[in-house]
Design a protein around this ligand. Structure first.
Ligand code: GLN
Length: 192
């Protein structure tokens, strides 16, 4: 099994290290062809507008969208969540639309740019340190979306079938539990 990490823009190296810590091979994805070398993909935090613009230019946007609709597992953190979302409420930007959520960019970022908070995650036996950096806030979600964690009544970790998102950054902690969760999703998919 090889887990891809999108190297288009953002903090992809941290995700790569987290997966390698689990003893799993990684590959930095930068072209549509690279997608064929991996069993799943992580889209990191960074700047969603830049990511989407570059992905479109190099043909990665459409190739990835089609793969995800066919069951390919993806995990997006922060900007990655925005890239995967169906609708961005406060910014006119097309996104992949593969998870039925409506998000507001930089919604936590007025007074404080970044903060951390211990949160409960469904199925985890102890709290997780969630780090938020100019994070998007999920304002609405569809019936098919499973909410795995909340902060102040807004979901911060969600899953719709083969698409997982968090508005926070587990790659900036030592805690590999969310990456392990994603690896399990990829294993399920590889078996099919
Ligand atoms: N504010 C960024 C965006 O809207 C996301 C921030 C992050 O990924 N840390 O794309």
């Amino acid at each position: 099994m090889v887990i891809g990490v999108s190297g288009i823009q953002g903090d992809f190296r941290e995700h790569k290290w987290m997966i390698e810590k689990l003893g799993i091979e990684t590959y930095v994805v930068r072209t549509p062809e690279d997608l064929e070398k991996v069993d799943g993909l992580i889209i990191p935090g960074g700047e969603s507008t830049t990511m989407i613009r570059i992905m479109k230019r190099i043909g990665l946007f459409d190739a990835l969208k089609e793969k995800i609709f066919n069951g390919f597992p993806v995990y997006g953190t922060c900007a990655g969540l925005i890239v995967l979302a169906k609708e961005i409420e406060n910014y006119p930007q097309e996104s992949l639309g593969v998870i039925d959520i409506k998000v507001r960019r930089n919604a936590y970022g007025r007074q404080v740019d970044s903060f951390e908070e211990y949160v409960e995650i469904k199925g985890f036996d102890r709290p997780f340190k969630a780090i938020f950096i100019r994070a998007p806030r999920v304002e609405a979600w569809g019936e098919g979306v499973e909410t795995l964690a909340f902060l102040d009544n807004h979901p911060i970790m969600l899953r719709q079938n083969n698409v997982l998102v968090t508005s926070f950054h587990p790659e900036l902690t030592d805690d590999t539990r969310i990456h392990e969760y994603f690896v399990e999703m990829v294993k399920q998919y590889s078996k099919k």
